[in-house]
Design a binder for this molecule. Structure first.
Ligand code: NAP
Length: 276
């Protein structure tokens, strides 16, 4: 078994994820895994970084596929006995002018951004080694979507005692409410992406709390973040940040020094903790 530190970035064949891998290859003292749901796209991205003189490793990972997540889990367990850095970056967003019915957008978006990310956490968090760093890429849109929720929902999402099961129930209810055409009446904002990212931010707060309770001596730091508005296939060419600039905050959180005790359980943008 290798004792080399290991970092994994989900959805890293392009966009911000690729830029995170590029930065980690330069700054992380260990093996860095570029992962992709499509092996061809992943290997092409690895080849691109190799041309830049970097040495990322590759593993397939589709966060919508539990078997794929478990295959990565078993690989990490066998080869490294765990992992040191996990960046949950993979995500999707329908374009604003997409005509797919809202309830379908809700189901598909929540499936990847919330349920897929949660499944990765369920399988990989137990493997995270002492002084490990976990970064869940959320979005500022989670904050604006939170403000668009009813007072009752806002209270639940800001609660310091909400459980993962309660959060899953709320995310499931959102999808069901969109199917019944009652989501706005039920206090939800009209954004599937925004609700999925509320899920990612609140999940991060819950997971950080559980780490405090159950693995306090392990000094693991877990945070959610917003990369900013970044020029990628998701956000388009008008966005203000380059992918490298978008990677800065996730990489900062992934490389928090072992002496750091904070941030933990926070929502961070531009390397600054934001109110939730
Ligand atoms: P992007 O260029 O569209 O890249 C998204 C990445 O996620 C791609 O590698 C994609 O793979 C992967 N992915 C999607 N579904 C997946 C799945 N089921 N399993 C594994 N990988 C999957 O988007 P981006 O702008 O870099 O976004 C990265 C993260 O930042 C997302 O979580 C996004 O919500 C967040 N974010 C972005 C912005 C922005 O302005 N760009 C702002 C705030 C937050 P494929 O190539 O196979 O599709």
């Amino acid at each position: 078994m290798s004792s080399v530190p290991v970092a994994v970035v989900t959805g890293s064949n392009k966009g911000i994820g690729l830029a995170i891998v590029r930065a980690l290859c330069k700054e992380f003292p260990g093996d860095v895994y570029l992962t992709s749901r499509d092996v061809g796209r992943g290997q092409a991205a690895v080849a691109q970084l190799q041309q830049e003189g970097l040495r990322p490793l590759f593993h397939q990972l589709d966060i919508d596929d539990l078997q794929s997540i478990r295959a990565l889990r078993d690989f990490l367990k066998d080869k490294y006995g765990g992992l040191n850095v996990l960046v949950n970056n993979a995500g999707i967003a329908f374009k604003v002018n997409d005509t797919t019915p809202f309830e379908v957008q809700a189901e598909v978006t929540l499936k990847t951004n919330f349920f897929g990310t949660r499944n990765v956490c369920t399988e990989l968090l137990p493997l995270v080694k002492p002084y490990g760093r976990v970064v869940n890429v959320s979005s500022m849109v989670s904050s604006s979507a939170l403000r668009g929720c009813s007072q009752e929902l806002q209270q639940q999402f800001r609660s310091d005692t909400i459980t993962e099961e309660e959060l899953v129930q709320l995310m499931t209810k959102f999808v069901q409410d969109t199917k019944k055409g009652v989501h706005q009446k039920e206090g939800w904002p009209n954004t599937a992406y925004g609700v999925s990212k509320i899920g990612v931010t609140v999940l991060s707060r819950i997971q950080a709390r559980l780490l405090e309770e159950q693995r306090k001596g392990d000094h693991i730091l877990l945070n959610a973040c917003c990369p900013g508005w970044v020029r990628t296939d998701m956000a388009g060419p008008k966005a203000t940040k380059s992918p490298e600039e978008g990677a800065e905050t996730p990489v900062y959180l992934a490389l928090l020094p072992s002496s750091a005790a904070a941030p933990h359980g926070q929502f961070v943008s531009d390397k600054t903790v934001r109110a939730w």
